[in-house]
Design a protein around this ligand. Structure first.
Ligand SMILES: NC(=O)c1ccc[n+]([C@@H]2O[C@H](COP(=O)([O-])OP(=O)(O)OC[C@H]3O[C@@H](n4cnc5c(N)ncnc54)[C@H](OP(=O)(O)O)[C@@H]3O)[C@@H](O)[C@H]2O)c1
Length: 262
């Protein structure tokens, strides 16, 4: 009797221990030696879990959405057509899709990445009080000629700011080729870390955008008010060249020199 009891007790103990190991094994994580390479750089938690609306589901909108989703943000993409035309993209990226009006209302922060010629169609009311990142550039061959820009009386982002007078416009992401948004993020202190120029009239809004870009693996060089966006528009030394922060400052200084002289 005692032998049977001891056998039963030993077996029960074994199964309890085995069951405990099985149930808790998921809590053990081996050291994440390759985590950075697998998931891209993750820099702190600042700016995490934001709702990001995106107007434009082209090269820039998609790349930005992919990085934002990877970092745990909630993203809604929109295009100029009806949202059902983004059906496949939703499945691929696992993001929300909507109309521009819905994406503008959804985002705490909203990226505008559309052909510049359409800037006046950006919804105004849902963007009031919000941070709007402007990635647009002026290509007359695509956008048609816009006299004020041709005469250099204003800049692309100031046009958008005039259209959205109650939004906080931050010019950013216009000076990087779209694939770089996904591929060129690096951990802080990396010697290869690329820097983005930004400009805007609202320092707090610029800080939010800078934190977000930092989280996505980039340094940021603040060029000053929105009008300074002129220094990294098309045909400037800082436009779409992968500089680190130090070299970007030099390129921006060269742009300022050229602009002042002409
Ligand atoms: N490509 C780059 O490497 C790059 C880099 C930096 C900045 N940029 C600038 O960023 C902007 C976007 O460039 P992209 O290359 O992403 O363009 P893209 O690939 O041609 O895509 C444009 C997107 O904008 C959508 N769209 C057009 N009008 C719209 C509107 N009124 N409201 C909402 N969505 C609208 C289009 O939707 P539909 O397809 O439905 O028309 C499309 O999804 C441009 O101003 C460009 O100059 C481009």
């Amino acid at each position: 009797m005692l032998v049977v009891f001891l056998l039963f007790f030993t077996k029960l103990t074994f199964w309890l221990v085995f069951d405990f190991i099985v149930r808790t094994s998921h809590l053990y994580r081996p050291p994440a030696k390759f985590a950075i390479e697998e998931t891209g750089p993750k820099v702190g938690s600042k700016g995490k879990d934001m709702k990001i609306g995106i107007l434009g589901a082209g090269m820039v909108g998609r790349a930005f959405a992919a990085v934002a989703l990877k970092h745990g943000h909630d993203v809604m993409l929109s295009n100029s057509r009806t949202p059902d035309t983004l059906f496949t993209l939703r499945a691929v990226l696992n993001c929300k899709i909507g109309s521009p009006q819905e994406a503008a209302a959804f985002g705490d922060i909203v990226l505008v990445a559309i052909p510049l010629k359409n800037y006046a169609s950006v919804p105004v009311a849902p963007l009031e009080g919000k941070i709007v990142i402007d990635a647009n550039n002026y290509y007359p061959e695509r956008d048609g000629h816009i006299g004020e820009l041709d005469r250099d009386e204003t800049t692309t982002s100031e046009l958008l700011a005039r259209h959205l007078p109650k939004s906080k416009i931050v010019k950013a992401l216009n000076a990087i080729e779209a694939p770089g948004i996904e591929q060129e993020g690096r951990l802080p202190n990396s010697s290869e870390r690329r820097a983005h120029p930004i400009a805007g009239d609202d320092p707090a809004a610029k800080q939010v955008v800078a934190d977000l870009l930092n989280q996505f693996g980039f340094d940021v060089v603040d060029t000053g008010p929105l009008a300074e966006g002129r220094c990294f528009q098309k045909r400037t030394p800082a436009y779409c060249v992968p500089f680190n922060a130090k070299d970007l400052r030099l390129a921006l200084a060269r742009a300022v020199e050229t602009i002042t002289r002409t």
